[in-house]
Design a protein around this ligand. Structure first.
Ligand SMILES: *[C@@H]1O[C@H](CO)[C@@H](O)[C@H](O)[C@H]1NC(C)=O
Ligand SMILES: *[C@@H]1O[C@H](CO)[C@@H](O)[C@H](O)[C@H]1NC(C)=O
Ligand SMILES: *[C@@H]1O[C@H](CO)[C@@H](O)[C@H](O)[C@H]1NC(C)=O
Ligand SMILES: *[C@@H]1O[C@H](CO)[C@@H](O)[C@H](O)[C@H]1NC(C)=O
Ligand SMILES: *[C@@H]1O[C@H](CO)[C@@H](O)[C@H](O)[C@H]1NC(C)=O
Length: 259
């Protein structure tokens, strides 16, 4: 009864807040990047046959893959516009070491983006449209390494000078390329999305181009804003997301009913 007594002006105000809040939650502050440029490269552990955020087949892990920093990836959970894209990454120099090191050789690797590197307040996946990471770049590729598909000698080392062999972070150049240059291209089982999950939660094109045929943003689609307060895990389990949307949908319908 109390709800029915609320003034029409107040109802309008609440509706305005709801609509405006929705717009705020779904506006996309994603980073747009050129097809060639500079970035940082880190590495992380991805178990063999693991199905990561994009929902690319587990077999994709038998070839070089990488996670892309969240605001360039284009979603804060599940698939995003970067999913399935292939990049040629070339190691240039280290810069956290003292002094920076410029190896004589500049090895390159072609990776497919299969995973999300979550936005955090520090670390190398923290670039947003308002500023780069501490390497001065807006993109970080997090290479799945070690990997059965990448030589253990892939990263140049200079242990006699620095006293350690893993520099952790590299300054690199990247180029968006066609996936037919990716090592997994001739293995149909390594291409595309997992078949046993609903098309709703996966998107991993075999060969996305620069404009069309790419994945939409799962976050934009579901009104999930990037969360800079946590960097836990690579994705929220689907049942949890479903419960959340069910709860908000229920609350919304109750609200509409009473208004
Ligand atoms: C990747 O980049 C290197 C230069 O760093 C180049 O030599 C190589 O041809 C490129 N590979 C592809 C597939 O574009
Ligand atoms: C090792 O690093 C030092 C310092 O950057 C450099 O002077 C030296 O040439 C490097 N050695 C090799 C083999 O690249
Ligand atoms: C990312 O973290 C570094 C420190 O690690 C900081 O200097 C930089 O401003 C941060 N970038 C953003 C966009 O917050
Ligand atoms: C990365 O390499 C580019 C091209 O050589 C250079 O302009 C830039 O300063 C380098 N960044 C770092 C952090 O070393
Ligand atoms: C994206 O565009 C660049 C420049 O137009 C082109 O060189 C590159 O091959 C394109 N990548 C793909 C995957 O089509």
């Amino acid at each position: 009864m109390a709800l029915l007594a609320i003034s029409p002006l107040f109802k309008l105000w609440v509706i305005f807040l709801l609509l405006f809040g929705q717009v705020l939650a779904t506006s996309s502050p994603w980073i747009q990047y050129p097809s060639f440029g500079y970035a940082t490269l880190t590495h992380y552990s991805l178990p063999l046959d693991f199905v990561a955020s994009c929902g690319c087949t587990g077999e994709s892990t038998h070839y070089p893959t990488a996670a892309l920093s969240q605001m360039a990836y284009g979603s804060s959970t599940a698939y995003g516009p970067a999913c399935g894209k292939c990049f040629n990454l070339t190691l240039l120099n280290t810069f956290l070491s003292t002094p920076p090191w410029y190896p004589a050789e500049n090895p390159n690797i072609v990776v497919k983006v299969t995973d999300l590197c979550p936005l955090s307040t520090a670390g190398f996946c923290n670039a947003t449209t308002s500023g780069p990471n501490s390497g001065g770049h807006y993109l970080n590729f997090d290479l799945a390494y070690p990997s059965t598909s990448i030589s253990n000698n892939f990263f140049p080392t200079n242990e006699s000078y620095y006293g350690y062999s893993d520099f952790g972070v590299w300054n690199i150049s990247y180029e968006s390329i066609d996936c037919n240059d990716w090592e997994g291209w001739n293995n149909a089982g390594a291409l595309g999305s997992v078949a046993d999950q609903s098309a709703e939660s996966v998107c991993c094109p075999a060969s996305p181009d620069n404009s069309s045929n790419t994945c939409p943003s799962y976050s934009d689609h579901n009104g999930i804003a990037p969360d800079t307060t946590t960097s836990a895990g690579h994705s929220i389990p689907r049942p949890y997301i479903f419960t959340l949307s069910l709860v908000s949908a229920t609350l919304l319908s109750l609200f509409v009913y009473f208004v």
